[in-house]
Every structure is written in structure tokens, then in C-alpha cells.
Design a binder for this molecule. Structure first.
Ligand code: BG6
Ligand code: MG
Length: 231
């Protein structure tokens, strides 16, 4: 049973449908280096920081480059990614994301963002949901990338909630590992066959009510019937 006192969210693939743009940009990098990324490679690239993702791409292609070339490739990938998300709007939010954030806010459950992306503040701004987070920890604040737990531990600390009382919503294997390493309850967003280390897996935030059957609830939800009637 987990009666969570705070919720931490990954961004890409949980709140907003940007994972596809990250992968498309890496595919172009690979093509220019003379190899192809397979669909399955996407799972390895999710959740990991930009330079770690580049290292994985190069490893898949069996390509070695010097540091200056690596920096240029990462910069070029990011320029393409930023270009691809140029037109991002609230319509790109994944089903249930905004409703859950607003619901938690109305119940007084603190919320935090724990993203590896250095583009996170820009995306939150474009989606108009920055003020639905009590704390934002992203790839520019934290250098240890997922599966290291730092991004989520920093989120819990900023919210003033013990790690064991935090639920993390994650679509990436590396992110679920980071949440587990932080001693938090990891809720996978996606395929249970992929996110095998998560405490529970749901198809999206719109299905959050299904977590109660897994013993995962939010402390703020424990309103009395009287409070419900007057809510
Ligand atoms: C994560 C994505 O959220 O952010 C990864 O899942 C990405 O695919 C990482 O590599 C870093 O993002 P950015 O925007 O800083 O390059
Ligand atoms: Mg993600």
C-alpha cells in the first residue's frame, strides 16, 4: 500500500507527446552517420540525458567520434528537436495529464517535475502548465542522469516530502529504475512488458484511477464524505 503525499512526473512521454520527436531527431543523426536505428532502440533512448543518448546511438552504430564531434552531433540533434517542437501547444498534452495535475492541486497534493530534458522549462511554458508544478527539476539543474535517482530525490526535497511517500510517473525504463533507486513508488506509463520494474503500469495518466486497485492512492484523496459533499 502507498498512500502518497506527493507526485513526481517525468515530462517527455508522460505529460506531453514529445518522445517521438526526440527519436526522430536521433534517427536523422544515425542516418547521417550511415546506419539506421530500429524501432526497439527507442526504449533505450527514453529518459536518458542528451549526451548519454548520443553515446547509446553511437554504440548502436558502432561509431566512434572525438569529443568535439560528439558535442556538435548533440547540438545538431537538439536544434532539430527544438525545431520539431516549435509548434507545440496545449493540444499536444497527453490525455489526462492536465486533469490529474489540476486534481492533485485542488486536493493539496504537492507536484513536481523530474525530467532529464534541458528543454523542460520551455515546454512547460508552451503548454501553459508551469504553475501546476510546485517544483521543477530538469536536466539543467541536475547533472546525474536517470537511472541515477538524483532528479527525483531533488524533487522530493524541494517539495519537503520523504522519498518513500512519493509516487513517480515514468514512461522510461531508466526513469523507473531512478524512481526505484530513490526509494519511491514507480508507476509506469506504457507497456507492462517493457516497464517490468514498476510497481504498477497504466496506459496513460487518464487511467490513474486504476492505481487504487494496486494499493496506490494519494493522501489528499482521503477526504471525508462530508467534505466530498461540500466540495
Ligand atoms: C528525456 C527524454 O526526457 O530528456 C530523452 O526522454 C532525452 O529522450 C532527454 O534524451 C534529454 O532531453 P534534452 O531536451 O535535454 O536533449
Ligand atoms: Mg519520458
Amino acid at each position: 500500500m502507498t498512500d502518497a503525499r506527493a507526485a513526481l512526473f517525468d515530462l517527455d512521454g508522460v505529460i506531453v507527446d514529445t518522445a517521438v520527436h526526440h527519436f526522430a531527431a536521433w534517427r536523422r543523426t544515425a542516418e547521417e552517420l550511415g546506419f539506421t536505428l530500429a524501432d526497439e532502440d527507442d526504449e533505450r533512448l527514453k529518459g536518458v540525458g542528451r549526451m548519454d543518448a548520443l553515446r547509446i546511438v553511437l554504440e548502436i552504430g558502432g561509431v566512434e567520434v572525438d569529443d568535439a564531434t560528439a558535442a556538435r552531433l548533440a547540438e545538431q540533434k537538439n536544434a532539430r528537436y527544438v525545431d520539431a517542437i516549435g509548434g507545440i501547444s496545449p493540444a499536444d498534452m497527453l490525455p489526462g495529464a492536465q486533469a490529474l495535475l489540476e486534481d492533485l492541486r485542488s486536493r493539496g497534493v504537492p507536484t513536481g517535475l523530474g525530467s532529464a530534458s534541458r528543454n523542460a522549462p520551455l515546454i512547460l511554458d508552451r503548454l501553459g502548465i508551469a504553475d501546476l508544478f510546485d517544483a521543477v527539476i530538469d536536466g539543467s539543474t541536475v547533472t546525474e542522469a536517470k537511472p541515477h535517482p538524483r532528479v527525483f530525490l531533488a524533487g522530493a526535497e524541494a517539495l519537503g516530502v520523504a522519498p518513500a511517500a512519493c509516487v513517480v510517473f515514468e514512461d522510461a525504463i531508466a526513469g523507473v529504475q531512478a524512481a526505484n533507486a530513490a526509494g519511491m513508488t514507480a508507476v509506469g506509463i506504457g507497456d507492462p512488458a517493457v516497464l517490468t520494474a514498476a510497481a504498477a503500469v497504466i496506459p496513460g495518466l487518464h487511467a490513474v484511477d486504476a492505481l487504487a486497485a494496486h494499493g496506490i492512492t494519494f493522501a489528499g484523496a482521503a477526504r471525508t464524505r462530508l467534505e466530498e459533499e461540500h466540495a
